[in-house]
Design a protein around this ligand. Structure first.
Ligand code: NAD
Length: 492
């Protein structure tokens, strides 16, 4: 294994008001290298008063003239400068991500860092394109009075952004880039497992010239720091990506406070292979849909439905792929799959595989348990020929675990695909246009891919139906998410 190479020390402080900041009480928690189980660093464990400090700082920055009244073109230039700095620090950021999250270094560079640069540049462009409308009014009094009426979109205020650990840098950028482009200020809380790249991102933003307090990063546990951030009275908008369970808690709090909220939550995405699909293409596509990023993807294609005529061939092929995957450190060029993010998550994934077997699923792949340091789980394929309502079919595993079911009829498979509380993503594999379009029409999901899976782009809205969330990220609609509409009515 080649040793991780870092020219700088690991980031170990929060970043508030343009300064590296420790928790006032001095409390910390450890973060680990999931490929070795070694402790990497001690990170500030923010208390309610640390969160209060960060939010007040962010509010002061919002109310000052330096940010929301900065010419939009200047905000755009700062975001572009940040994109350049992120790009220049590709090796460092990718190394931090692989060290702390476990993903393959190639993916860390290509998806996390390049993706972050792409999103920052795309969102920078929106800073100068926030616009309202004008319209005519029909108010008949006082007699002789005319009206000039319009809407303006104004920044929502202080944004609390809370993100998960599967794509730590990219998820942070998905939130901060549009919020900053719209003139909001941000307090970002990364997941407790993976805070390192978010802290570096704030330091780079400071270097780019963002005014102090505009973009702050707090570190801490969900139930304490995260909860304090969500309920802080000076927070105007909460944007959350994470589990449906926590999304419900946050949604309830925001409903009580009447705060704006967007929720990007869990998924249990179906992959539907039709009988005309070349089995080799189906094997490659379905294996990629579930095993990418070790299955720790909200749109992971975790439920596979294959036309019965090609079911055995496709499922055997995916099992062969799973069994051939080399596990190891993300820094090792021979590695094809890294570890789960934490010991707790590894144990959850192994528990769900065991439960699937107990409930009648047939494990086709090698033993998922791995006897080595680090939090590894072998990719697992479970056959569910009888289409039983196994827990592993219903519940999100968030790991490299596929459940495969045969089907005979398009209407039946559509019913099965939609028989889930989730509705984040889905893919259909066929060249039969009419059937593909019928499934696209019928599937209840925020994104339906055809002959591909897990592809995202800053121009393409992303979000969930049902328990997969509320709201959409990316694209033009993102402006509405970080601004309020203000109607202006002038009598003359
Ligand atoms: P999680 O919900 O446990 O944690 C996410 C974040 O919420 C973390 O920063 C955590 O500290 C914080 N948090 C936890 N409890 C909190 C509380 N009570 N109040 C405020 N904040 C709290 O999720 P996770 O395990 O980090 O990530 C995996 C989940 O994220 C999966 O369900 C996955 O599907 C989902 N996810 C969704 C998307 C999407 O775009 N829809 C993208 C990536 C991940």
């Amino acid at each position: 294994m080649s040793a991780p190479h870092l020219t700088t020390t690991l980031p170990q402080t929060m970043f508030i008001n343009g300064e590296k900041t420790r928790s006032a009480a001095g409390k910390t928690f450890p973060v680990f290298n999931p490929a070795t189980s070694e402790e990497l660093a001690q990170i500030p464990d923010a208390s309610e008063s640390d969160i209060d400090h960060a939010v007040r700082t962010s509010k002061a920055a919002f109310e000052s003239d330096t940010w929301r009244n900065m010419p939009p073109a200047a905000r755009e230039r700062l975001l572009l400068k940040l994109a350049d700095l992120v790009e220049q620090h590709t090796d460092e950021l990718a190394t931090l991500e692989t060290l702390n999250q476990g993903k393959l270094i190639g993916f860390a560079k290509m998806l996390e860092v390049s993706g972050s640069v792409q999103w920052l540049r795309y969102m920078a462009g929106w800073a100068t394109k926030v616009e309202g409308t004008t319209f005519d009014l029909s108010i008949p009094f006082p007699p002789g009075t005319r009206y000039n009426a319009s809407t303006r979109r104004v920044p929502a205020g202080v944004v609390a952004a809370i993100v998960p650990w599967n794509f730590p840098l990219l998820m942070a950028v998905w939130k901060i880039a549009p919020a900053l482009a719209c003139g909001c200020t941000v307090v970002l809380k990364p997941a407790e497992e993976t805070p390192l790249t978010a802290i570096r991102l704030a330091e780079l933003a400071h270097e780019a010239g963002f005014p102090p307090g505009v973009f702050n990063v707090v570190t801490g546990r969900g139930e304490t720091a995260g909860a304090a951030l969500v309920k802080h009275p000076l927070v105007n908008k909460v944007t959350f990506t994470g589990s449906t369970e926590v999304g419900r808690i946050i949604g309830r709090q925001c409903a009580d406070d009447l705060k704006r909220v967007s929720l990007e939550l869990g998924g249990k995405s179906p992959v539907i292979v039709l009988d005309d699909c070349d089995p080799r293409k189906a094997i490659e596509g379905a294996a990629g849909a579930i095993f990418f990023n070790h299955g720790q993807v909200c749109t992971a294609g975790s439920r596979l439905y294959v036309a019965r005529s090609i079911y055995d061939e496709v499922v055997q092929g995916i099992t062969a792929v799973a069994d051939s995957i080399a596990l190891g450190s993300g820094f090792d060029a021979a590695t094809q799959m890294g570890p789960m993010v934490s010991a707790r998550h590894r144990d959850k994934v192994l528990g769900m595989i065991a439960q699937g077997k107990q409930e009648g699923g047939e494990i086709l792949s090698r033993d998922a348990r791995v006897e080595r340091d680090g939090y590894f789980v072998r990719p697992t394929v479970i056959a569910n020929r009888a289409c039983k309502p196994l827990s592993v079919v219903r519940e999100e595993v968030f790991g490299p675990v596929l459940v495969a079911m045969p089907y005979d009829d398009l209407d039946d498979v559509l019913g099965e695909a939609n028989a889930s509380e989730y509705g984040l993503g889905a893919s259909v594999w066929t060249n039969q246009l009419d059937k593909a379009l019928r499934l696209v029409d019928g599937i209840e999901a925020g994104t339906v891919w055809v002959n591909t899976h897990n592809m995202v782009d800053p121009a393409m809205p992303f979000g969930g139906f049902k328990a997969s969330g509320i709201g959409r990220e990316h694209g033009k609609a993102i402006i509405d998410s970080y601004t309020e509409s203000k109607s202006v009515c002038i009598a003359y």
